[in-house]
Design a protein around this ligand. Structure first.
Ligand code: ADP
Ligand code: MG
Length: 229
């Protein structure tokens, strides 16, 4: 579905050059749950932002289906972000003055179709909470709203940057299970970035980053969440 070919990203800070990504290559396929693992500063967010068309590489190619994302102009890159990509962030980024339902509906422009928005919230187990505001929900519930919001756009690729970074371990496992189910059972491939090695086993592609380089890449049948100890 998507290929990252020899991608590098440099940032210039004063007279220093920071190599945030250094010659990184991998592929993402349908029904794949990719876990990107690495310590803070290893380039995980940079990788995800380039995948999502929020940032451009210094070198290298990103090919989505038949189009080279690195060659798109700003307008077409915006369309790519809107149509292809869903984003989930560590701190949810919900609109505080809108209910769960309204947050999902407005992002997907489902404002005339509450049923569709309700069904996305139902899919993440939040049917009872649709009329709650973010400050009436737990962190795990807010993260589930943000996943429902991203899915309502029917993205082909769901990109999650430290989605469990602010959650306790039990709640984190629930979120990872939801992401794994989406990858396995829908047409949306999922990439999850984390610094927590505990989640490595749940991916079927694991990319370990260190200092902007791929240190190790593995493919396997993922352990299903719930079957793990
Ligand atoms: P991670 O998400 O793994 O913590 P990042 O991708 O955020 O890592 O950062 C990788 C490296 O690039 C770090 O050294 C970081 O300081 C640097 N970096 C990231 N974004 C910028 C930026 N906009 N300007 C300068 N340096 C940046
Ligand atoms: Mg980061």
């Amino acid at each position: 579905m998507l290929e990252f070919n020899n991608v590098s990203k440099e940032y210039h800070v004063g007279d220093r050059v920071i190599k945030a990504l250094d010659d990184v290559s991998f592929k993402i396929n349908e029904h794949q749950f990719t876990v990107v693992l690495g310590p803070s500063g290893s380039g995980k967010s940079t990788l995800l932002n380039i995948l999502g068309g929020m940032d451009r590489p210094t070198k290298g190619k990103i090919k989505f289906k038949d189009q080279f994302v690195n060659e798109l102009n700003d307008r077409d890159l915006t369309i790519y972000r809107r149509k292809v990509i869903g984003f989930v962030f560590q701190f949810y980024n919900l609109i505080p003055s809108l209910t769960a339902l309204e947050n999902v509906a407005i992002a997907a422009q489902l404002t005339d179709n509450d049923d569709a928005a309700v069904s996305y919230l139902q899919d993440v187990g939040l049917k009872e909470r649709i009329n709650n505001f973010p400050n009436q929900m737990s962190g795990g519930e807010m993260q589930r709203v943000s996943i429902a919001r991203a899915l309502a756009k029917k993205p082909q690729l769901l990109l999650c940057d430290e989605p469990t970074g602010a959650l306790d371990s039990v709640t984190s496992m629930k979120i990872v299970k939801i992401l794994q189910d989406i990858a396995n059972n829908t047409d949306t491939a999922v990439v999850m970035v984390t610094h927590n090695p505990q989640f490595e086993q749940y991916g079927n592609q694991i990319i370990k980053l260190k200092d902007g380089k791929v240190e190790l890449m593995t493919h396997k049948d993922a352990v299903l969440v719930g079957e793990a100890e």
